[in-house]
Design a protein around this ligand. Structure first.
Ligand code: BGC
Ligand code: BGC
Length: 874
């Protein structure tokens, strides 16, 4: 393996030797064996099936890199652990092994159940308040700490750990410094920068009373369709490995120095062990169907260096490896991670991930503990898990030796962190100085530098750098949109439902450009839609992906908003008007961009740069006196696709033909014409138009969900819960198959109210209508209104069709999820022009009605197909 080549690699070659790559051949044959064996097993002897799965997922610990726990033996610490353990009851021990979420646990619960740790998930804030202040976080942390140290009734005082996802800065805290997401940082090729970001993040965490982050994500994403690709630094295992040590040292302090785990640092979590970035088809929480060698050499590459740097926690992945859920994989957890790699910290389960192990539920999973997990994240399920685990320890299903190993590891971490001596979280000097630490000028300057370093220039026909004394038009829906700059895991789990007002101290890309242009005597003009009064000298068009997290970001291919060419049209329009165009693309991952690149004079990938948008102006603009202060520095950490279906990109030397290879990135010294790129996407883009409108409880990319109250007032839903101004229609989140992947709509008051999906551009579904395609929605009927229900579509001003479905709805079972379809023909027959749908779905309900809905799409299968109730008029 050419691990050393990270920084010097020339453009044009794959990033690492194909030998470590997942060869398509290998998969195929593995699959064939598996398939053949499964078939044979199914037909002849069921045991073959099990055997085949075992072979595919067999682990050879000796073939894994041998590690040794880097912390020197500490007899004094061990003596304290032993003494404590001897005093602990079974109840005390089990409590340590469970982590509950602040949404579902109180300090009183911690006092009573002796829980060892708590977490704040992406949507969990003090008092349930999204805008919770630093003070409120500090107070919450103190309250939990006090509860854990309460010795009344003979209880043992064991300080509670508090973990949170600080994955791009302390991203749950209003006013914090938000660093670029990891897929941006990979391009910087700067471990020192990563180290400094880790240290700054640790300080902001400590300043809010928190001592543990669920970071770094050491995933090595191999498929850009994965909704978590942006959480990974690179597709290249060597780069991830190099960053792993730097970020752990930044967060925890350097091992062997007094700074290690001191009051300025936090404990870090390497996640998600292992194979999260290798799942089949890039499906989140899916199955990594790769050989053991690929699992080790590609996906596990970050773990040995993280362990060597002293990482205190490893989080186990939601995903499976060759059909075996990681949370139940004893061979990989106990034999490889704890054994061969000699990891001596805490092995933590992911958010109710244990519930996905066969035979387990969220409340009950001895298999996970027995596989070697020391602590399970049981956000809302902790009480049930506690009771069941306690019973299982008492009955011996979970051996006491396993419990003692787990609790020993947990106590060691708490002691190393000095928690028993530190006192209240708010006693940390950084808490006292929190106003000077959180979002400090120094941290923001570091983030701004990180933005500059991670920009990647894919094309420059000479329009860059821009003279700041000119008239600069800044346009596109990302121009002045700090939420969009940040992506998911930003103030909310999905990073959605936010406005610029939610980011005090942050700078939008436009604001950054404006400040520098103004200072130089030029004129910067913001115009989201690209219109202008006087012709600008140059336009900077900022556009890209809207925020998402986890499975909500999974894509079927690498097309950017298929069926919605709004941004492309904007680029083309400005260029057509003779305005030179600089495209700035906000994205978590490489997407197929050839048409947009052709339509631009310069193309900059800004990734998800975070709160310091001024970093973009630093590189795009000359100084007032005409100098170039900052050149482009970023080199692609992910290969850039030539088509929307080039997946995975790096398949080995012979078939490695990306549009822009790993390591590509122009500077101002590079000259020459990029030329016209091929514009064949590899799929029919317009057919995707007829695809998905609403998915996982959210409008599909570019779509909006609009509620219209009985009084006629309409507003788009940006966050849930929400309601129409007159209260006639309410919307709330609920769980269908995963957290918050559905919405409940309930009607009250008087008169009908509507929920409609608004398309970004009119959709032509004429062909589908002729082809007898259905409009399908997965829904659950909870209550039906006697006043009736209708499904409708809109087709522009004055054009619509509504089809009453009340009677048929009434016939459906209550409280049961069903895929309900209605032929598109029904709407055409009721008068709609199916060639220009701007609202491909509208639900008109009446008071008393309540439904839950998770998706709306075009399809051909349904559990129940409604008949067109309106007879066709000639
Ligand atoms: C994610 C983890 C995260 C955890 C806690 C899970 O859904 O997979 O990355 O650390 O939630 O928020
Ligand atoms: C996330 C949490 C989030 C939750 C929402 C989980 O998968 O990791 O951080 O708050 O879902 O229900």
């Amino acid at each position: 393996m050419c691990h050393s080549a990270v920084q010097t690699r020339a453009a044009g070659a794959p990033a690492w030797s194909p030998a470590v790559r997942f060869s398509p051949h290998q998969t195929l044959s593995l699959h064939r064996i598996f398939l053949a064996a499964s078939l044979a097993g199914a037909l002849i002897m069921p045991t073959h099936l099990v055997l085949a799965a075992d072979i595919a997922a067999t682990v050879h610990p000796d073939a894994w890199p041998q590690g040794s726990w880097p912390l020197p033996p500490d007899p004094a610490l061990e003596a304290r652990v032993k003494a404590l353990l001897a005093k602990m009851s079974v109840e005390d021990k089990v409590g340590q092994m469970i982590q509950a979420d602040i949404k579902s646990v109180t300090p009183d619960d911690v006092r009573k159940y002796r829980l060892g740790s708590i977490l704040a998930g992406g949507n969990s804030k003090p008092n349930g308040q999204q805008t919770a202040t630093t003070k409120q976080w500090q107070q919450l942390s103190d309250a939990f700490y006090r509860a854990s140290m309460d010795t009344s009734g003979g209880r043992l005082a064991i300080p509670v750990l508090f973990g949170i996802d600080a994955v791009h800065g302390h991203n749950n805290l209003v006013g914090s410094t938000l660093f670029p997401q990891n897929s941006a940082l990979g391009n910087a090729r700067d471990p020192e920068l990563i180290h400094e970001i880790g240290a700054a993040t640790a300080r902001e965490l400590r300043a809010s009373g928190i001592n543990w982050t669920f970071a770094p994500t050491l995933t090595v994403p191999q498929d850009g369709r994965w909704g978590r690709a942006y959480e990974g630094y690179s597709e290249n295992p060597a780069l991830v490995a190099q960053y792993a040590a730097a970020v752990v040292e930044g967060l925890e302090g350097k091992l062997g120095t007094p700074q290690f785990l001191d009051a300025d640092h936090v404990i870090a979590t390497a996640k998600h062990f292992v194979g999260d970035g290798g799942t089949h088809d890039g499906k989140d929480q899916g199955d990594a169907q790769v050989s053991e060698a690929v699992l080790r050499d590609v996906h596990a590459a970050g773990y040995p260096p993280a362990i060597k740097a002293g990482v205190q926690v490893v989080m186990v992945s939601f995903s499976s490896w060759n059909g075996v859920k990681m949370a139940g994989n004893k061979a990989l957890i106990t034999d490889v991670l704890k054994g061969r790699m000699d990891f001596g910290g805490i092995v933590l389960g992911d958010w109710n991930a244990h519930g996905q192990v066969p035979g387990c539920t969220n409340e009950d999973c001895p298999v996970a503990y027995n596989a070697g997990l020391d602590m399970l994240e049981a956000p809302d399920s902790w009480k049930g898990l506690y009771n069941n685990t306690l019973a299982e320890v008492k009955s011996g299903v979970i051996p006491m030796s396993r419990v003692d190993d787990a609790v020993t590891r947990i106590l060691r971490v708490k002691l190393r962190l000095g928690m028993f001596e530190a006192g209240l979280p708010s006693a940390n000097p950084l808490v006292l100085a929190s106003a000077q630490v959180i979002g400090s000028p120094a941290h923001r300057a570091l983030a701004r530098r990180a933005v500059r370093e991670s920009l990647v220039l894919l094309k420059n026909d000479g329009v860059l750098p821009i003279d700041p004394r000119k008239h600069v038009l800044v346009t596109g829906d990302g121009a002045d949109n700090i939420s969009k700059q940040n992506g998911g895991w930003t103030l909310t789990w999905q990073g959605t439902g936010l406005t610029n007002a939610d980011f005090p101290g942050a700078t939008s890309i436009f604001a950054g450009i404006q400040a520098q242009v103004k200072a130089a005597g030029g004129r910067a003009e913001l115009s989201i839609d690209g219109s202008y009064k006087s012709k600008p000298d140059v336009a900077i068009v900022v556009f890209g992906e809207d925020p998402y997290a986890e499975f909500q970001g999974d894509l079927p291919n690498l097309a950017y908003r298929p069926g919605n060419d709004h941004d492309l049209d904007l680029l083309r329009r400005l260029r057509g008007q003779g305005v030179p165009v600089v495209a700035v693309f906000l994205t978590g991952r490489p997407l197929w961009m050839n048409r947009e690149i052709n339509a631009s004079d310069a193309f900059v990938v800004a990734w998800l740069p975070g709160s310091e948008g001024a970093g973009i102006a630093d590189v795009l603009l000359r100084t007032r006196d005409g100098r170039i202060a900052h050149d482009f520095h970023g080199k692609l950490a992910y290969s850039w696709p030539r088509t929307a279906v080039q997946i995975p990109l790096a398949g080995g030397k012979d078939n490695y033909h990306p549009q822009f290879p790993y390591g590509f990135g122009l500077t101002y010294a590079d000259h020459g014409d990029t030329g016209r790129l091929p514009e064949e996407a590899g799929i029919e883009l317009s057919s995707a138009r007829a695809g998905v409108y609403f998915t996982h409880g959210k409008p599909a990319q570019g779509f909006a969900l609009r509620l219209t109250g009985a009084n006629g007032a309409a507003a788009n839903v940006t966050a849930t819960p929400a309601a129409t101004a007159d209260g006639s229609l309410r919307i709330a989140s609920l769980d269908y198959k995963a957290q918050e992947d559905a919405r409940r709509l309930s009607w009250s008051g008087n008169g009908a109210a509507h929920a409609a999906l608004v398309a970004p551009a009119p959709l032509d579904v004429e062909r589908e209508t002729n082809g007898d395609v259905l409009l399908v929605t997965t829904l659950r009927v909870d209550a039906v209104s006697p006043q009736g229900t209708a499904i409708g579509v809109g087709c522009g001003v004055g054009c619509k069709a509504q089809v009453p479905i009340g009677r048929q709805l009434d016939d459906l079972p209550r409280g049961q999820w069903l895929r309900v379809g209605i032929s598109l023909k029904c709407f055409r027959d009721a008068g709609a022009d199916m060639s220009k749908l701007d609202q491909p779905f509208e639900w008109i309900g009446s008071p008393g009605e309540s439904i839950a809905i998770t998706d709306v799409s075009l399809g051909t299968v349904a559990d129940k197909t409604l008949v067109c109730p309106v007879a066709r008029k000639d």
